[in-house]
Design a protein around this ligand. Sequence first.
Ligand SMILES: [Zn+2]
Length: 328
Amino acid sequence: MSRSECIRRAKETVESRRAEAVARWEQRVAEVSSVCPEFAEADRRLRVTGPKIIAASLGKGTEGSGTAVEEIRREYEELSAKRRAALKANGYPEDWCDVKYSCAKCSDSGYVGIEICDCLRREIAKNFLAESGLYELTKKQTFETFSLDYYEKDDRIRMKQNVEILSRFASEFRPDQSDSFLFLGATGLGKTHLSSAAARAVIAKGYYVVYESAQDLFSSYETRRFGQSSTVGEDEGDIDRFLDCDLLIVDDLGAEITNKFTVSCLYNLINARLIRHKPTIISTNLNAKELRERYADRIASRLFGEYSPLLFSGHDIREQKLRRNTAK
Ligand SMILES: [Zn+2]
């Protein structure tokens, strides 16, 4: 699902809530009207009076319109009171026939004035998360669950700084201004944990994040190149989202089989995102020398020149956990 598709579906969800709220309201009005003629009469007249107020307000400024608005308003309030009284007399709560929206702030329209309402923002974030490539496995990998207990001395100081830098990055995230990062360090030092923590935090702010392993990223390019997109999942060949997303996270660069094609894809992707000022996080087990050898200078110089490097150091956490568990 592309970014615009995620947004379109979120709007549909919010609109359907509105439609449901209105349908529920109409059903209640019909039910009560069938047993209570006073209510039916007051309600029928109210439906005429509402638009009258608007029409009279629009004609404001013309002679005598102020009094007209006042009169219609008074009539409206009287009818509302009659309707409430009729409900009460028949054993219903007074607000029984009010429209009950799921979001009182925007009446399920998704907007407050011209601003996007939080309810729509949450729906968009939900779709973005589903599409982000963050898997079940990384669900618990948040800043809160990241433990410094596995790091000692200088490593711990460094990792504490990394966590601080990335939490700040996520909380102050701006798709056109935030930095790009290069995570350097061996396997099992928390690179995936911190990148998925950053991804979740940025998604929660309503931004479109794509999280992909280098291997899957390049296979999407291969799919596009060989035009196999009709034989595989339709989104697999969708490489536009790598360019479009607010934050792209490429996990484990170097784990893929590198060839001329993947190198040129990587170069174009890094370059295009830099030109658009779009932040990217790339993590790799390779060191600077290996990066240069594998991806040529033009990529390495972009990564070391334009990305902020974050060093991950310590002893493999998975091994430590394994040792602790077997020692128990
Ligand atoms: Zn809302």
